[in-house]
Design a binder for this molecule. Sequence first.
Ligand SMILES: [Fe+2]
Ligand SMILES: [Fe+2]
Length: 199
Amino acid sequence: MEVSVDEPAHGALRLGNRDGLPDDIAFLRAHYPRGDWRLHTNFGQLADFWLQVHASLRHEGSEVSRLVDAFRDRQIDAIQLQRAFVPLLNGFLQHLDQHHRIEDSLYFPKFRLLDERMVVGFDLLEADHTQIHHHLVATVEHARGLLNALSAPGETARRAADNYADTARNLLDLLVKHLADEEELVIPAMLQHGERPLT
Ligand SMILES: [Fe+2]
Ligand SMILES: [Fe+2]
């Protein structure tokens, strides 16, 4: 079965609309509670790496927000923001984009093969990536707007920073939800089946 999140019937499952994954999609979740993952004998390097990448994405995303908030709160000036913002944002968005590409092309197809009941969940996660990508593009556009506004007089730059912050917050909110939902599919599947079929 293929889920298209563009279909109205699945609107409630769209990232941002849903409140976590339903039990029938995260059907292994109850057997493998998050607090016990690292204690399981099948918890291996890939699971550990996956969680590390997610932790790093959350951290990088919040670091960019922290920097822009420092400018909005007048703790740093436009020159300091400009110097730090571009490498920080580029690093975060490149890591995010690379991670999603690897999941879509390499790992998600392997998860779908583990058990046909996995297909619906991984189709949903792939649709999340598309949705997140639209927000990533919007964030880049607002970042350009902010950079262009940094040399402008008056409050123009602060307003551009506020606009950027709204867009980036939407991206980060969706990403954080996606990462949590994905972990509840990916890690229990690894514990159930082992990591060998995924490598
Ligand atoms: Fe993902
Ligand atoms: Fe991921």
